[in-house]
Design a binder for this molecule. Structure first.
Ligand code: GLC
Length: 762
């Protein structure tokens, strides 16, 4: 469609190309040495990025050069096409706008696919009729998207990322759509979309890795070698072809560069790393108080109880139900005395009700989405008829930010944003409902995928402004870049074995996609958990960044004491372990803010050249030195564990195990196999009931035989003082158990005591 390349011109780091067959001039722009943007401006509106923010985002949206530095070291016409070079990449642009990316050693990172799409044939009418008789869905033949990009695939290529998609870790041979969706049916491997849209994936070849971020927030499509093993295709029906090619020397650097572009998850308050107890269906204040009491009486550590929609007055956001939940301030302050914080749910749907202050304020100011005719658009959510704040408008975000004061004043500690796809009960919102996309009106179809992002941003900004603490926001829906504002959970899973299995690749891919602070509903949301499933899920949950037990009204109660003494004691064991590991997980959160690397990592991120780990769905790493291999099969009391290269120690028995091979490890119900890499230092706290308790009194440094360097980070765990230098950083050098400690930065009170514990080898 572009035809022959006629010529090019440069403007700073941008190169504009002219083609015989196209009026649109595609542009390549070096954003950094490792990031190149490709833009075909079909809409004429240029970039409309909501994922890339700050100065960089502003420059992109204004059509300016993203960087003032000279990044292009060479632009020259050669036989193969126009060659662009940065310090790290070589890009060749040829006829038909074929764009090939190489690293500086000229190894191909990703080549354009030069064939045509293999769209397959439509089903014949008779088969369609038969299928529909039994109620099967029928998918039409794939379409050629007006906006699309085809990239060649090699036989061994693997693909990771794409946010919260279901199914396996390696997304090669699968297809997905980005359209934030609340689908209440139990999630299956073949679901194309879910709550979040993170159109970023990593392409791992035998020796190289690169990433693609397709920054188009209309509905987008990804077919990753399913349509044809020779190529992957991503596309959209509308908007621009606007993607970032992301290089790096390895997979970790690619993740780092993607998060450089879209932002990194900031440090959370330390208590958010504790155990969270939740359930939809704590119907009264007495019930929720009883939960807090039981947690303490059962000697279970816990930092937080979530208040689901039950606490609100008729599901009206920013209200408190005085009949069933009585005096909110009192409950919350009583919980505080027990070391338990309150997080409340807030949905976007505002109840349509005369004299309800949030509704009236929004109507008066014109803050709700409208029909094309200008009437306020109404659909149904929990409160019945509801209207939808137009979060793409900065004024609406400030208003929403200010509304958070209602919760902050009550003593609430964080907000859980739900239903923000947005979900609606009377059918989906029509494409043409009128919202705003910053500086202009935009139809629903153009902003749907960034609705949750904008809501989380408004919430974050309110908490940052009015609470003085690091805002704790959890969201269900989001887009690329939301990690700057919010943590996330994977929505309504079920208490089934398929879903505990799914949790591992799903959380790992979310982490690779920038959203590092994530968790599943531990125990499962829908359906009834069983003692065994719950025990195994607590073992997995205790290593996921967000550790929240949550389930649905009507399902079996799911607090750790609901499954008998054995499961209660297993729960206590792993919840205690979580609290011991807090300083380690906190260090990982700090690393994430610095580098973008996730807390929970698929093995492939650390060992990308090991073919054994490229499709490993049932184990993961916590950081780079602790390997967790949870049991996710009913009845299993052994686990086949693969350990990558190097020496590992069994966390429970101390046994030495040589990596690069598999082992059958014993895994009775109270054992989740865990392994620590030789030379590791793991910082720990003594067990405590909640984070605030004696946080800095004692730090335990557990050392494992071998040589290694570790950096430990410490700050007040609450506010932004660390950004003004109020933190300590310790470099710990492990020489086979003898630990040298060096202060890299001293700006915060130290520990009362530091104790070194050598783990001996067996
Ligand atoms: C949605 C959420 C779930 C919550 C429920 C009621 O289904 O995903 O977590 O409990 O709404 O608020």
């Amino acid at each position: 469609m572009f035809g022959k390349l006629k010529g090019y011109r440069t403007d700073g780091n941008k190169v504009y190309f002219e083609y015989e067959g196209s009026k649109t001039s595609p542009v390549l722009e070096a954003i950094t040495d490792n990031i190149v943007n490709v833009l075909v401006d079909y809409t004429g509106g240029g970039h409309r990025t909501r994922a890339v923010e700050g100065e960089l985002g502003k420059r992109l949206n204004a059509g300016k050069n993203a960087s003032e530095e000279e990044l292009l070291t060479q632009v020259a016409q050669e036989k193969s096409g126009v060659i662009l070079k940065t310090a790290s990449l070589t890009v060749v642009v040829g006829d038909d706008f074929m764009v090939d990316f190489y690293d500086k050693e000229n190894q191909p990172l990703s080549l354009a696919y030069r064939g045509t799409r293999n769209l397959g044939a439509d089903l014949d009418k008779a088969s369609k009729e038969l299928l529909s008789k039994e109620g099967h869905g029928i998918s039409d033949r794939a379409a050629d998207y007006p906006v699309q990009e085809l990239r060649a695939l090699d036989a061994k290529d693997c693909i990771y990322g794409l946010g919260d998609k279901t199914g396996v870790l390696n997304k090669r041979e699968y297809e997905y759509e980005m359209w934030n969706s609340d689908i209440p049916d139990p999630q299956e491997d073949n679901f194309k979309s879910l709550y979040k849209s993170i159109p970023f994936f990593l392409l791992l070849k035998e020796k190289t890795c690169c990433g693609f971020f397709f920054d188009n927030h209309y509905k987008t499509f990804f077919n990753l070698g399913k349509e044809c093993p020779d190529y992957l295709v991503f596309g959209a029906m509308e908007g621009n072809l606007d993607y970032y090619f992301i290089g790096g020397r390895n997979m970790k650097e690619v993740v780092g560069n993607y998060t450089f572009l879209t932002g990194r998850a900031p440090m959370q308050q330390m208590w958010t790393l504790g155990y969270h107890q939740s359930r939809w269906g704590y119907r009264t204040e007495e019930e929720i108080r009883e939960i807090a009491r039981k947690l303490r009486d059962s000697d279970l550590p816990c930092d937080c109880i979530h208040f689901d929609i039950d606490y609100m007055d008729h599901y009206k956001v920013f209200t408190w139900n005085p009949d069933t939940y009585k005096d909110g301030r009192q409950v919350i302050s009583d919980f505080k005395e027990m070391g338990i914080k309150a997080v409340t749910i807030i949905d976007p749907g505002v109840k349509l009700e005369k004299d309800y202050y949030v509704y009236e304020e929004g109507v008066k100011e014109g803050y709700f989405a409208t029909t094309p005719e200008g009437e306020i658009y109404v659909n149904e959510v929990w409160p019945g008829d509801a209207v939808f704040p137009d979060f793409g408008d900065a004024k609406v975000r400030s208003w929403w930010a200010e509304k958070q004061k209602f919760l902050i004043d009550l003593g609430v500690a964080g907000v859980w944003n739900d239903m923000n796809e947005p979900a609606s009960f009377r059918g989906p919102l029509p494409d043409d409902v009128v919202f705003t996309d910053e500086d202009q009106p935009a139809p629903h179809k153009a902003i749907h995928n960034i609705y949750g992002h904008n809501m989380a941003k408004a919430t974050y900004e309110g908490w940052k402004e009015y609470s003085g603490k690091r805002p704790f926001v959890i969201t269900r829906a989001c887009y690329s870049g939301s990690q700057k504002y919010t943590t996330g959970w994977t929505g309504d899973n079920h208490s089934i074995w398929a879903h505990i299995r799914m949790a591992i690749p799903q959380l790992c891919n979310l982490g690779l996609s920038g959203l590092s602070f994530v968790g599943t509903d531990v125990g499962g949301f829908g359906s009834d958990s069983t003692p065994e499933l719950f025990a195994r899920w607590i073992q997995l949950g205790c290593f996921s960044p967000l550790f929240r037990n949550h389930c649905a009204v009507g399902c079996r109660m799911q607090e750790p004491w609901q499954f008998g003494e054995e499961v209660l004691s297993i729960s206590r064991k792993y919840m205690n372990l979580r609290y011991e590991l807090l300083p380690y997980i906190y260090d990982l959160m700090h690393e994430c803010e610095q580098t973008g690397l996730p807390v929970m990592r698929p093995l492939v991120l650390e060992y990308p050249e090991d073919e054994q780990v490229r499709n490993r769905n049932d184990e993961f790493l916590l950081g780079d030195r602790m390997l967790v291999s949870p049991v996710v099969e009913q009845g299993a009391r052994e686990k086949l564990v693969y350990l990558p290269e190097g020496v590992w120690y069994d966390y429970w028995t101390g046994e030495t195990l040589e990596g690069g091979q598999s082992y059958i490890r014993k895994a009775p119900l109270d054992t989740c196999p865990i392994f620590v890499k030789a030379g590791a230092v793991i910082p720990k706290y003594p067990v405590r009931t909640h984070v605030g308790k004696e946080k800095d009194e004692l730090l335990i440094l557990e050392t494992y035989p071998g040589e290694g360097i570790y950096t430990h980070y410490q700050d007040n765990g609450e506010d932004f003082e660390y950004r003004r230098g109020a933190y300590n950083e310790y470099r710990l050098i492990n020489h086979n158990g003898r630990l040298d400690m060096e202060m890299l930065h001293e700006g915060y009170q130290g520990y009362g005591k530091i104790e070194i514990r050598n783990k001996s080898q067996k």
